[in-house]
Design a protein around this ligand. Structure first.
Ligand SMILES: [Mg+2]
Length: 422
């Protein structure tokens, strides 16, 4: 028997929460921004008045958005409010099912096969959930109802805001197959381009293509996409109580101004590495694959990775590895300034297993760096993030005064056989 799965997606989440707190904002074009003061502050979310009325886009610089919409109300983001609303939304969902899988702070899948036998039944439950969220939390959601996770996600995106879309075995070909292939989860720009070269433009084209062809063009991911397009996605909704295995930890930031010299990059790398190292230590993990991501000011981007001999979990080791990669692949004097940078540490193992490797831990420079950073962790736990930092970062406070951990929410990777097409 088919499952009944919902995908719930809050509409313009940050902007809607701000309007829930301040109803006077209703009807105005508003945008929530990282830092409204900074020249390169960017739009994190805009409401539909700003997006549809004035073409304001997520990720765009404040100054560009203001040029299109001079009356745009800019609101500095309040992460605590959004987390609180996200928890409240999840508490409502928990009244209907134990099988809830959050995706970021404003989306979640639910398996409601216990309550609903058909997608039509599912729509009734979806209607009730949507009404409760509207009445109790004063925000709206779009809900997709289907027999698999991929189609439920597609359906929640299909009509917005405040809508419910049902995709069943009977109507999926009509609704889904004519849509462009990049409306399918995991078809990004690179995959879209590869498919277009072969004359594949819609999800229906993917469904009708021979699986072995898709495999030869896209590897294993080709087979996965074929199963998605034909309604054969069998991935389960992962219960919220089961914490996903962390495969990598990453941080990125769009700097307040473009990075124009090696010293700029070094400073920002240290802030990112600091936060990364702290998160690794909190989870008691170390990793030996360091990846850097660089985005130029023309918005083109690329990544480089390096495998270290031993796993690391200190900011010093991570920043050092990241900088070595950077010096190898980029010369700021010759290439374009950088707008955003990121670092990821992967191939993670429990730190305890590692402690046995070094015979003389007291003499090991990494161990000394580690105890220094553990001391910094406890100072910050007591007195706040900005209470202590490397002296070198004080030289350019505008560039380094951000706390990546509290300002960036990383989206977890959904459990689609743990495969991630390009
Ligand atoms: Mg959303």
């Amino acid at each position: 028997m088919d499952r009944v799965i919902l995908h719930i997606d809050a509409n313009c989440f940050f902007a809607s929460v701000e309007t829930a707190y301040n109803p006077k904002l209703a009807g105005l074009p508003i945008a929530v921004c990282g830092d409204a003061e900074a020249r390169h502050g960017i739009i994190l979310t805009a409401n539909y008045n700003a997006k549809r009325g004035f073409g304001v886009k997520t990720g765009e610089q404040i100054q560009h958005a203001l040029a299109k919409c001079p009356n745009l109300v800019i609101i500095k983001s309040n992460p605590q409010r959004y987390l609180r609303h996200s928890e409240l939304m999840r508490a409502i969902l928990a009244d209907y099912s134990n099988d809830i899988e959050p995706f970021g702070c404003d989306e979640a899948w639910m398996d409601i096969s216990n309550l609903a036998k058909t997608t039509e039944d599912g729509a009734v439950v979806a209607r009730e959930i949507s009404e409760r969220i509207k009445c109790e939390l004063h925000i709206t959601v779009s809900i997709g109802v289907s027999f698999c996770k991929v189609f439920a996600k597609f359906a929640s995106d299909y009509k917005k805001p405040d809508a419910i879309t049902v995709i069943s075995r009977d109507n999926y070909k009509d609704i889904i197959w004519n849509s462009p292939c990049d409306s399918l989860i995991y078809v990004g720009r690179a995959t879209k381009a590869k498919l277009a070269m072969r004359g594949i433009f819609t999800i229906g084209d993917i469904a009708r293509a021979k699986p072995e062809h898709l495999k030869s063009w896209l590897g294993k991911n080709g087979l996965l996409l074929h199963s998605f397009a034909t309604g054969c996605d069998i991935s389960v909704v992962r219960k919220a109580t089961v914490s996903p295995q962390v495969k990598s930890v990453g941080n990125s930031t769009t700097a307040v101004r473009d990075l124009v010299c090696d010293e700029d990059v070094k400073r920002v790398f240290f802030v990112l590495a600091d936060s990364l190292a702290r998160r690794l230590r909190e989870k008691d993990l170390s990793g030996n694959v360091v990846t850097i991501w660089l985005r130029r000011n023309d918005l083109s981007s690329f990544t480089r990775r390096h495998t270290l001999q031993l796993p690391v979990d200190t900011a010093f080791d991570i920043a050092e590895a990241a900088l070595r990669l950077f010096y190898d692949c980029y010369t700021l004097a010759e290439d374009k300034p950088l707008r955003s940078v990121g670092i990821t540490v992967g191939n993670l193992v429990p730190h305890k297993e590692l402690a046995q490797i070094s015979l003389f831990p007291d003499e090991d420079i990494s161990t000394r760096r580690r105890s220094l950073e553990l001391a910094m962790d406890s100072v910050r736990a007591h007195y706040g993030y900005y209470s202590i930092c490397r002296a070198s970062l004080l030289a350019d406070k505008d560039l380094t005064h951000f706390d990546p951990k509290s300002e960036h929410t990383l989206h977890p990777i959904g459990d689609f056989n743990a495969v991630r097409p390009a």
